[in-house]
Unconditional design. Sequence first.
Length: 570
Amino acid sequence: HNMELQNSSFMHVHDITEGTLKMAEAQITSSGLKSRLHRQHEPVKCEKHLKDTIEQLKQLTELFPKIQAPSEKSGLYTQFIEYRDKFSTSLTKLLNQFESHLSTGSKNFDMEIFSKYTSFFYHMAEEIKFLFPSGKFATNQVFGRKDAQNWWERNLNPRVAVASAEFLARFRNEFPDVNEDGDALIDTMGFSSLDYISKYDLDIFTRLFGAWPFVTRIWRRLVNHPGYQKYGTFNTTFDVLNRCRTTPGSYTFRISMSRNGYWSIGYVSAEGKITQVLCFTSPMTDYLCSGKEQGWYVFKYPKGQACSDDLSDVSNMRTKVELYSHPGDAEDLLKCKICGTNPNDAQLEPCGHFICVHCCRKIQSSASCYQCNSKILCTTPIEIKLEMANAESSQQRDDKGDQFHFKNFGGANKPTAGGHRNQNLLQAAERVAAACGRDQDAIEVDLRILYEEGFGLDQVADALIAASGDRGKAKELLQKPTGHRNQNLLQAAERVAAACGRDQDAIEVDLRILYEEGFGLDQVADALIAASGDPLRFRRTISPVVPNFCYLMEITKDDATSIQSLENQH
């Protein structure tokens, strides 16, 4: 009975989606069967793009049974029904269109059409996760940018989705410049549907296109840029750039489908290699301009074409932040709390803590704030302006709480943030960096943060090595009780240690981390033995290690397809 109650609200679309999924999978199965029987057949056109769509549709289908409808007596029920009806109508229409394209036959299959459906199905699934955390409907979502969240709450609460026309009318009141291009705005912002705009859509849109005051201006320039790839996927990016592989400096960019709210750039290197990277810490406009000016990747030819792609008019746009300063604390507010040297010129969102861009690049891979450990959804370039506080403003500041008051790194025996750098900390950072193959400065930041939380320096260093340099996993290890130890895990650790000649306790830690990432215990043990007990070599077998260029992270696995497998195909 509980399962029926849980499924009933989305059972109708679940059945329809499952039917469409079977129809799509039959296209691949039929071709494969003919091949195995040595019958005359043609390979499915755009097969890898169809497989991308199937994968996203499968993930969407698997979500529906997990959704729980709120009680009819609940205050959330009205909003739930409104959203369910909008979602169901939109998805049904989209599935009908997809089936219609499939029924035309594989000779008429089109890469761009499949990538469009891949994008919609992906974002529909992400929207469900956003609105139904742990399967339960909620209306208290946290946006990446607080200005966007405040606007929604003032104009559209308590609803989680509204018709596109209503959204556009409200949005134009805030941004009068969105006039004749209103349909184009919905076309971009409607990640999950063009018929309605949800909280998820606005959140992702504002995380992608920058700070609230500049968002429409930056949006307009990026989507009309010759390098922009609408509905782009990992595979379509490869195909676009493969056609201009003999033109180094060719590039294209798209909205990532591996990390929500971020951009991905694909480019052709001087050696003709196609590389795709995720972009962190700075707006997309700044990446493209800096990449061209400083020659990081020589972003020169959008999609291989020699044409105008200047974005200097919308690059380096900063949000001004006014802070009250008390006598003696001006430097504390202006200087980065990690390095103690550079000025704070970036704000972590949504927590609001300040940092310098240089240090932001180092902590971005951990995706959590160094100060409060909350998740980093996006960053905003800022310029801080200080005003001397009077008694009234001091009281206001005290009443609101001081989210910009940071814990100082200091103390006689503690590593400090400024000029003096504790020798023990440097040695520990060097040891961890050598073991993990990570940047030593970034490791030093992680060591400092965990050490400040009360863990011993050697203990922190060992945990970071065991976690392959991942601060989040290292912290989990440091906080785990050591009393209970799984017998199967112990036996596997004993087997690997005997085969590799490594310390059993260290092997046990490696096994635990990899096992908790979703790999089977026997699979992990066998792979570690094959890798001579080296967890980094184990990881290379599933995700090839590639250079990390400052704050651009190369994608080795996106949209369920790795660069390695693509290069094998091509």
